[in-house]
Design a binder for this molecule. Structure first.
Ligand SMILES: [Fe+2]
Length: 396
């Protein structure tokens, strides 16, 4: 059986040139009986195209775990640690994830009450809503008329103790029906994006780097970010920006001494740019909400200093400055024409390169609009590779 690969249907809003390489639908494979050659082909396609869609798939939780693990055979546990979210009720992730008892690496996400599903008698899932944690809200009348927001741009990663997963698998068991909604950016730009109801929005970290001006590419290739300890508890009392791209700086984070005990050795310091293991391309991969500090290496000897930012290096610890710099680097890539909002159908399986894209939930759902997905990502067996010496020579 030969694998057929077709482009994802881009919405009319998309810049088809920039997104030409983003996403593919894969047809003609039985995911339950992949040959090693077929798996290698799929693995390569994933790293080349960042997201792969399989339609009309029947997939048990055991099978989903096995498929996810195949991308990182030494990985064993859920990306945040098995059962760790259940034990951390202050985490912003706690209300949105529910583990499947017999396969603790696979979580239910969605909306509404689900009965007798995969060994769970009853679960009430809450679709993440911007109203729960953005600083400003879409006015109620517009909200009722279908205006929504990107809830939070992120990658799936604990960002403390565990390495970010290579791949996330997201399997649509039930998809709510309803008219499209309009994502508002509400940041003074007038930007808006029409999306299918409860679409998952993706942007490419490769494009995010590619469209930066030279001085920010130089910062990115020299930069590392230090994430806060217990980052999802740290930001649990703070409010997000209206674009869902990071946090407003109002001093509302949980002070470090009020977090559960933590160890400096488990704090994550990661490069801003992650090198794609197949294409060698650089992806700007920063989780914007949870960064506490930025470290920038000095320019190389002999590099052009004119117009350079932080030519002698920097260690930014002021949260406003940290977030302002990241926003300047990341906001261009969430422009409406660079977003791929996936229009889910039941039995869709989306596999995405979690070290190469950011994603966000969108949409407002009522409690009776049932949405049920199985999600799996595994704490990786290694950290992401950063830029090479050659990359520094080219971009710094
Ligand atoms: Fe996610």
């Amino acid at each position: 059986m030969s694998i057929e690969v077709v482009p994802l249907p881009l919405p009319p809003t998309a810049d088809a040139t920039r997104l030409a390489n983003f996403g593919r639908e894969v047809r003609g494979v039985d995911l339950g009986a992949l040959t090693p050659e077929q798996f290698r082909e799929i693995e390569e396609l994933l790293y080349k195209h960042s997201a792969l869609l399989f339609r009309n798939v029947d997939l048990s939780p055991e099978h989903q775990y096995a498929l996810t693990k195949a991308f990182d055979p030494a990985a064993e546990i859920f990306g945040h640690g098995n059962k760790q979210i259940e034990g951390t009720k202050r985490s912003i992730l706690y209300p949105t994830l529910r583990g499947i008892p017999r396969v603790p690496q696979v979580y239910l996400v969605g909306n509404g009450t689900v009965l007798e599903h995969e060994g769970i008698d009853a679960a009430t899932l809450a679709h993440p809503s911007h109203t729960a944690w953005h600083k400003t809200h879409v006015p109620p009348d517009a909200h009722a008329a279908g205006a929504t927001r990107f809830v939070r741009w992120h990658m799936d990663a604990a960002l403390y103790e565990f390495f970010p997963s290579r791949v996330t698998t997201l399997y649509a068991v039930r998809v709510p029906e309803g008219p499209p909604q309009v994502v508002r950016y509400d940041d003074g730009t007038g930007d808006e994006l029409t999306v299918p109801l409860a679409a998952t929005a993706y942007v490419s970290g490769r494009v995010m780097f590619e469209i930066l001006p030279p001085e920010l590419k130089s910062v990115a290739v020299r930069g590392r970010v230090k994430y806060a300890p217990h980052p999802y508890v740290w930001i649990s009392t703070a409010k997000a920006k209206s674009t869902g791209l990071g946090i407003e700086t109002e001093g509302l984070e949980v002070p470090y001494d009020q977090l559960s005990p933590w160890e400096e050795s488990k704090v994550q310091v990661l490069p801003m740019l992650w090198k794609n293991p197949v294409t060698g391309e650089l992806h700007l991969q920063v989780h914007p909400m949870t960064v506490a500090e930025i470290l920038v290496d000095p320019l190389l000897d002999g590099a052009k200093r004119e117009g350079a930012l932080y030519p002698d290096g920097a260690h930014l610890t002021d949260l406003q400055e940290v977030r302002d710099l990241l926003y300047r680097m990341q906001r261009p890539a969430i422009a409406p024409q660079l977003v791929y909002p996936h229009d889910w159908r039941e039995k869709d399986l989306m596999l995405f390169h979690n070290r190469g894209v950011l994603h966000s939930v969108t949409g407002n759902l009522e409690p009776d609009q049932i949405r049920l997905y199985h999600q799996c990502n595994l704490a990786a067996s290694d950290g992401p590779a950063g830029p090479t010496a050659d990359d520094l020579e080219i971009w710094a």
